[in-house]
Design a binder for this molecule. Structure first.
Ligand SMILES: *Cc1c(COP(=O)(O)O)cnc(C)c1O
Length: 371
């Protein structure tokens, strides 16, 4: 794939690196690739970051025809720029696209696009501890058409946003409201995909939880409202004695890459790990009986998010004395160590984005012909 490169004529001022927050700043360029039925994907280009021109009848604006990914580029102490398991993001984007009838994107194009954008905007990768470059690849249906049918024209876009440390003062336990009115997903629906509509539908419960003084919701299954599924936009894990349990991927849960990496690490450390149904009753009884050692969420943004308090059946239950359990801390240290290239990588999870200019300082921007 050849990528046309149009460099920005007006590079933006960089943000204050110690006050980035999440999703406030965007880099100088963006990646665009068009899809037309019959012709396939074409016209790969890196262009200055700018608003998109969309026809007001573009299908994405009416029927939510959009899928996305969330991943990060990390600046390692030795100067390498690393991605974490990007093939898994490429695969999952296709799984999401397939479910809502958007065209599939070859995995090597996904990785080449992300790498090319990270390479040209490498000066935007923050270097302070815990900071990273958040990457948002997505597909939209930009065909103008008001009928409801699969689109014949789409765009694959990648943008990047430098983000701050999720926990500037160390892991911070969250308060969780168990949501028994609204549901996120049902088997047969789209809960296992990252499609935009899922997040619009989840906001009302998040708003309610915040009004009640909680950080996030624990979603229950959409049929019986009795099995736990996810916490906010993270997968959930519990430690019951020395066993780690997490809801099985039954079609209504997002298959998190942090989730699968955490499970693999836990198994490699000799923990017993079960993926199964967990009822809210079991969670309640375990917490009451003191058998719930830890609970935490896993996801790209926070990596590991310890749960300090649950509100279940109108009762407030404290977990791990409201602090951070040893397994949550161990997973956080191992995953962040791997992602930032500070620990050996026996699983081959890190992917280096070759910054060619580092090899040839004369050349300010690298060639953009990528296989
Ligand atoms: C993205 C996401 C996750 C976490 O997935 P990671 O690949 O670990 O970042 C979990 N649940 C939902 C609903 C998500 O959107």
């Amino acid at each position: 794939m050849e990528i046309r490169f149009e460099a920005t004529g007006a590079p933006k001022a960089k943000p204050e690196w110690n006050n980035l927050g999440f999703g406030h700043y965007y880099t100088d360029h963006m990646f665009l690739l068009d899809y037309t039925e019959g012709r396939g994907w074409h016209d790969a280009r890196l262009v200055p970051y700018a608003p998109l021109a969309l026809d007001p009848a573009a299908m994405v604006l009416h029927y939510g025809m959009e899928v996305f990914e969330g991943m990060k580029a990390y600046f390692a102490p030795d100067g390498r720029v690393l991605l974490f398991r990007p093939q898994e993001n490429a695969r999952r984007l296709n799984c999401s696209a397939d479910r809502i009838c958007l065209p599939l994107l070859p995995e090597e194009i996904f990785i080449a696009a992300v790498s090319a954008l990270v390479r040209v905007d490498r000066d935007w990768i923050p270097r302070l501890p815990g900071t990273s470059l958040y990457i948002r690849p997505y597909i939209i249906a930009d065909e103008p058409h008001l009928g409801v049918r699969p689109p014949r024209r789409c765009k694959f876009i990648v943008i990047c946003s430098p983000v701050g440390a999720y926990y500037p003062e160390g892991l911070n336990p969250v308060r969780i409201y168990v949501e028994d009115e609204y549901v996120r997903s049902v088997v047969g629906g789209t809960g296992h995909t990252k499609c935009g509509g899922n997040y619009a539908a989840s906001l009302i419960a998040q708003k309610k939880a915040e009004q009640l003084g909680f950080t996030q919701v624990l979603w229950l299954d959409g049929v019986e409202h009795s099995y736990i599924e996810e916490v906010g936009t993270m997968n959930i894990m519990l430690r019951l004695g020395e066993e780690i349990v997490t809801p099985a991927l039954d079609g209504s849960i997002l298959p998190g890459i942090t989730r699968s990496s955490a499970l693999e690490l836990l198994r490699s450390w000799g923990y017993k790990v079960s993926e199964r149904k967990i009822s809210v009753d079991e969670l309640f009884q375990a917490a009451k009986a003191g058998a719930l050692g830890e609970a935490f969420g896993t996801g790209t943004a926070a990596v590991v998010s310890p749960i300090g308090t649950f509100s279940i059946y109108g009762e407030l239950l404290t977990v791990a004395d409201g602090g951070i359990g040893p397994v949550a801390q161990k997973l956080f240290d191992a995953l962040t160590g791997l992602q930032w290239g500070k620990l050996p990588d026996p699983f081959g999870w890190t992917y280096e984005v070759k910054i060619q200019a580092a090899l040839n300082p004369e050349e300010s921007r690298p060639a953009l012909i990528l296989s």
